[in-house]
Design a protein around this ligand. Structure first.
Ligand code: DLZ
Length: 296
C-alpha cells in the first residue's frame, strides 16, 4: 500500500531555491510535477529508487541526503562544472570534498551547492553489488559521438522523433558537435545510410528514426522487414550499436501518440537505447581487458 516517500527540503530564500533547482536539474534526475501557489512553490526531483533510513549509533555519513549513482566520476564532473559556473574558484574547493572510499565498500564525495546544504553522491566499489550478476549500460553519454538517421517520409512524425532523440542525447551529456544528423528520403534508405556512417567508425552509436504507416504504405510488411533486417545487419557486421526508432503504425494518430503524445516519444527512447548500448559495449571491452591483465 505504501507508494512513495517525499522528503521536503525547505529552501531558506528564493535564491537558494533557484540554486538547488538548477543544481539538481543538471544531474539527470527526472523532474517531477512542480507547483506554485500563493504561498509557496515546490520542485520535486525523482529517482528510480528511494528509501527512508533511520540510523542509531555514530553517524558516519557526511550528509543527510545520500544519492546513489552508477558513474560517480562522471557525476563529479557535472557537479564541478555547475560549481564553477555558480561560485568563485576559491569557494568551489571549499564546497566539494575529494572522492574517497567509505566504510560501506563504496566511494563518495560531498558537495554543498548552497551553503549549509550538503549532498553526498556515492557508488558501490563493486558495480554489481546489490544487483543480479549482470552488466548494464549507463545513460551517461559525455564524450560519446552519435549519428542520427532520420527519414523525411512522414516528416510530421519523424521530426518529432528527432526532437525527442536530440533532447535525450543532450540531456545525457552529448555535445552538439558530437552529433551527425543524416536525412534520407524514406525508411527504406535508412539501412544504407546507417551502414555507410557505421563503416567510417566516426560515431560510437547510431539512432535510426522513421515512420511506416500500414494504411498508406504498399508492401508494408516487405518494406518493414527489409528496413529492420538492414539496420540489424549493419549493427552486427560493423559492431557499432544501432537503435531502432522506426515506427510501424496502422494510422497517423497512433504514430502521433508515439511521437510525443500519449505513448511517450520513441525517438527519445531510441536515443536512450543507443547510449545504453554504447556504454554496455565499453563496459564489456573494459571487463575483457581487465580479465586479460589479470591472467597475464
Ligand atoms: C514509398 C513509401 C511509402 C508508400 N510509404 C512510406 C512510409 O510510410 N514511410 C517511409 O518512411 N517511407 C515510405 N515510402 C518511401 C520509401 O521508404 C522510399 O523512400 C522510397 O520508396 C524511395 O526508395
Amino acid at each position: 500500500m505504501i507508494k512513495g516517500i517525499t522528503w521536503i527540503r525547505p529552501a531558506r530564500s528564493a535564491e537558494e531555491f533557484d540554486a538547488l533547482e538548477s543544481f539538481f536539474s543538471v544531474l539527470g534526475f527526472e523532474p517531477g510535477k512542480g507547483w506554485d501557489d500563493e504561498i509557496n512553490r515546490g520542485r520535486p526531483f525523482l529517482a528510480p529508487l528511494g528509501n527512508l533510513e533511520f540510523v542509531h549509533g555514530t553517524i558516519r555519513a557526511t550528509a543527510d541526503t545520500l544519492i546513489e549513482v552508477t558513474a560517480l566520476d562522471d557525476v563529479r564532473r557535472v557537479v564541478e562544472h555547475w560549481l564553477t559556473k555558480h561560485l568563485t574558484a576559491s569557494e568551489v574547493t571549499k564546497r566539494i570534498t575529494a572522492t574517497e572510499d567509505t566504510h560501506w565498500k563504496s566511494r563518495a564525495f560531498t558537495v554543498e551547492p548552497v551553503q549549509g546544504i550538503k549532498f553526498a553522491f556515492w557508488e558501490w566499489l563493486d558495480p554489481l553489488k546489490g544487483k543480479p550478476a549482470a552488466l548494464d549500460g549507463d545513460l551517461v553519454a559525455n564524450g560519446m559521438k552519435f549519428a542520427i538517421i532520420v527519414a523525411r517520409w512522414n516528416a510530421v512524425i519523424t521530426e518529432r522523433l528527432l526532437q525527442g532523440a536530440l533532447d535525450c542525447l543532450h540531456r545525457s551529456g552529448v555535445r552538439k558537435g558530437d552529433i551527425e544528423l543524416l536525412r534520407v528520403p524514406g525508411s527504406w534508405e535508412i539501412p544504407a545510410a546507417a551502414r555507410a556512417i557505421a563503416e567510417t567508425k566516426r560515431v560510437d552509436g547510431i539512432v535510426t528514426l522513421g515512420c511506416l504507416l500500414r494504411g498508406e504504405t504498399d508492401h508494408f510488411e516487405a518494406i518493414y522487414n527489409e528496413v529492420a533486417r538492414g539496420i540489424g545487419q549493419s549493427q552486427q557486421e560493423t559492431g557499432v550499436p544501432h537503435s531502432f526508432g522506426v515506427l510501424t503504425c496502422d494510422t497517423l494518430e497512433q504514430a502521433l501518440d508515439r511521437a510525443g503524445l500519449k505513448a511517450g516519444n520513441k525517438g527519445f527512447e531510441a536515443a536512450a537505447a543507443a547510449i545504453e548500448m554504447v556504454s554496455l559495449k565499453r563496459k564489456i571491452s573494459s571487463d575483457e581487458s581487465a580479465g586479460q591483465e589479470a591472467s597475464q
